[in-house]
Design a protein around this ligand. Sequence first.
Ligand code: UDP
Length: 470
Amino acid sequence: MTHKTVVLYPSLGVGHLNPMVELAKVFLRRGLAVLIAVVDSPDKDSVSADALARLAAANPDIAFRLLPVPSCGTHKHHPNPVMRTIGVLRVANPVLLDFLRATPDVDALVLDMFCTDALDVAAELDVPAYIFFPSALGDLAIMLNLPYYYPTAPSSFKDMPETLLHFPGVPPIRALDMVTSLQERGSDIAEARLSQCARMMEARGILVNTFTSLEERALKALSSGLCTPGRSAPPVRCIGPLVLPGNTGGISERHACIEWLDTQPDRSVVFLSFGSLGRFSTAQLGEIARGLESSGQRFLWVVRNPPEHRSSSVEPDLEALLPEGFLERTRERSFVVTNWAPQSEVLRHQSIGVFVTHCGWNSALEGIASGVPMICWPLYAEQRMNKVHMVEEMKVGVVVEGYEEGLVKAEEVEAKVRLVMASGDGEEIRQRLLTAKEMAMDALKEGGSSDVAFAEFLTDLQNRTCASKR
Ligand code: UDP
């Protein structure tokens, strides 16, 4: 194969950048040069310059370029983080164009699902563009169908919360479990997201961070045209699971929580971690603490300040945030980490028995790739949809009651922890996870479904490049 350079263009935030870095490694293994163009955004939800520098240091074979976005524009102050992201990416388009013009031999662009505006840049330069979809294939099936479905829905999703919606390839889904940004029909954000859904059809192909045997039904619906009636979707290729390796970030020392896990019995620890942005009110933290205490189980818990402390960089004051005496009473069987844990490494540890997760797709895949049963507690974005796939389709976890109302009670936390850790139903889920873990490894092996799908994508890229150079 001729030497190629592929430019990867992630959306803002750790949950989008991390899987792009893992994708970059796949390109490298196949002998392609790869460059990740990262929009330099001051938004508080974006990856910090320090974190990016660490990532670059840990991955010296990958070229990272920061694209500075102009500081003008109303997007900066939009109260909604998704609208801020969309605004920043829009302002970044001309910067990306200039950057690509100045970069020799770019053979393809791989755009995060939020970066569909950059399809215009690809068209202007006549570079083939592919979408990288870092969420579940079930979400893609829904999102490609939404431009058809949305106009015919009887009302805004928020006004019919319990109505079951039927999309091809996925279980029925309550309107309240649809992605947050699409809840209000006609809102700026819903319109912007719908346009992104529709524009994915313009890509030359869609790479999805999942594997075929995990989401067979969704793949069938997509490839048989059920999701996009009257039109063929671009080829959809499942190339995952691309998850962070156990030891990341170039940190050579082991995190203290890993040392603690080493001293715990196999499959005995409840691990609670809620993505890069998840935060709870003090009341909810109290309920979780009481539930964990009365469950009697060992636990490792990542605790952050409540949302109202958000702008402050102050370390959480655990004594003040958690119920009085809780830390002392559970000291023998718990480890509380503030703000950030090496999640992927934790999940691979043999002492982890269950993962309480917000259902971000990276977290879900990390749980699956580690064979750990999950307790699903969706918080924002598309996590409620992921919860439906995880609980009803893949059956890799159970859901906590009360997430819809914004407060999960201590008794519910205790009940679900006990169910997974100490019941026949929990054992059944564990066995299913062990199978899913095997299937994930098989997909990535040479000749496995994800390996083959990636090779097919490269053949397509090669054909396109040869055709355009003729
Ligand atoms: N993560 C981590 N430590 C934490 C919280 C999150 O390493 O304390 C990582 C996690 O392993 C995952 C990513 O951050 O790779 C979060 O991505 P996900 O899609 O699960 O959720 P998001 O943050 O996008 O909502």
